[in-house]
Design a protein around this ligand. Structure first.
Ligand SMILES: Nc1ncnc2c1ncn2[C@@H]1O[C@H](COP(=O)(O)OP(=O)(O)OP(=O)(O)O)[C@@H](O)[C@H]1O
Length: 371
């Protein structure tokens, strides 16, 4: 029996692909809830299990263990009839559009709408489809064959098809993968706008970092397990910085030095807010000779330094006791890496710890613990 209030409730779900000779577990005890109207982006390296998870949610494969409730239906152990019912209620957007070129754009969408809502009359279906194709900006292409459309337009047909039955849940697998930057952006903004209007929940799998900001929440899957989003961001940022360092070390040095110089000046008056950041960005754009994306990188690097230095005062919360201990212990370990902790090193550790707002008692304890 379904008990969750959420459109999608996943608790302790594992999944293995089995063959006669072997069994391979690709999802490990995954748990998550998707809220009504929420747009969740699922990221993760290739082979981490994203498609497996999303196809489980879409009742396209059978749940083997754990709890999986979708739109009020428990899918673990569900009979075929219930799986079919859930499939009718979910809107799917896939990278391959699977449109039939022998039918017109409108007929492609009508066909899937009638599968989802068999009782709808042909006239009603055509009217609804014309409306939704208008919403995705394809009113002029309704009678064309999909073969005559661009990749972005085909993807719009795919979105119209997924939205026509007004599903409460949309599952999208790499919807922007085959699109150029602008078309990808348009497609994601379209999904975002239409789903906001209808209160539809969306789970969207992507490798496309350019669309991550469309998400209310980002979930990162690594080796079949949900990881904190900081793993995803950190691994992608460090990969990019390493790449820059390898391919253009001079640019990497120049941009890092710029960021460090900026941070020092910005912090000199112990104040760095949004307005100041905007002014600095404008100055960099006008005077630094850096390209727009390089300015973005310098600002990001500088702001992350500033955020770290003002961490304790920024939101009044600071760090947990355990985090403070780990910081201090790590700093001592680094100082000790060359054999002994020098006076300057210890002074720097204390200065950083105080800037970060760590208590004197904690510092004294850590020093004692090391002695
Ligand atoms: N039908 C299948 N039979 C056996 N193994 C499979 C099958 N489908 C996927 N796998 C394996 O399961 C693992 C997870 O695959 P999945 O497609 O879910 O990953 P993904 O994160 O979506 O990858 P990508 O980003 O490359 O699409 C991979 O190692 C894949 O090789």
């Amino acid at each position: 029996m379904a008990t969750s209030q959420h459109p999608v409730h996943v608790a302790g779900v594992s999944y293995s692909y089995r063959s006669d000779l072997s069994q391979r577990r690709v999802l490990h005890e995954v748990s998550l809830d998707i809220q009504t109207g929420e747009i969740v982006i699922l990221t993760g390296p290739s082979g981490s299990g994203k498609t497996t998870l999303i196809t489980l949610m879409g009742a396209l494969r059978a749940c083997q263990s754990g709890e999986l409730e979708v739109l009020g239906h428990q899918l673990h152990g569900a009979p075929q009839r219930r799986l079919t019912e859930v499939r009718r209620q979910v809107g799917y957007i896939f990278q391959q559009h699977n449109l039939l070129d022998c039918l017109s754009v409108a007929e492609n969408v009508v066909m899937s709408l009638q599968l989802a809502e068999p009782r709808l009359s042909r006239k009603e279906a055509r009217e609804r489809v014309a409306r939704v194709l208008g919403e995705v900006g394809l009113e002029e292409h309704i009678d064309k064959s999909p073969a005559a459309l661009s990749g972005g337009q085909k993807q719009r047909v795919g979105i119209a098809r997924a939205l026509a039955a007004r599903p409460q849940l949309i599952l999208a697998d790499e919807p922007t993968a085959s699109l150029d930057k602008d078309s990808g952006r348009n497609v994601i903004e379209l999904i975002q706008r239409l789903c906001r209007e209808e209160g539809t929940s969306v789970v969207l799998v992507t490798h496309d970092n350019r669309i991550l900001d469309a998400a209310d929440r980002i979930l990162h899957l690594d080796d079949g397990e949900i990881q904190p989003v900081s793993h995803a961001v950190a691994s992608s940022a460090s990969r990019l910085l390493r790449l820059l360092d390898r391919h253009d070390p001079a640019a990497a040095r120049y941009l890092s030095a710029f960021a460090s110089a900026l941070t020092r000046v910005a912090m000199a008056d112990a104040h760095f807010d949004e307005v100041e950041a905007r002014v600095i960005r404008d100055i960099l754009n006008q005077q630094s000779g850096l390209a727009g994306s390089e300015v973005d990188l310098v600002m990001e690097l500088a702001q992350s330094q500033v955020r770290a230095r003002f961490a304790a005062s920024a939101d009044g919360e600071g760090f947990s006791e355990t985090q403070c201990q780990r910081f201090v212990d790590a700093m001592y370990a680094v100082a000790e890496a060359d054999g002994a902790i020098g006076v300057e090193e210890e002074a720097e550790i204390l200065a950083v710890a105080r800037e970060l707002g760590f208590s004197e008692t904690l510092l004294a304890h850590r020093r004692e613990a090391r002695a």
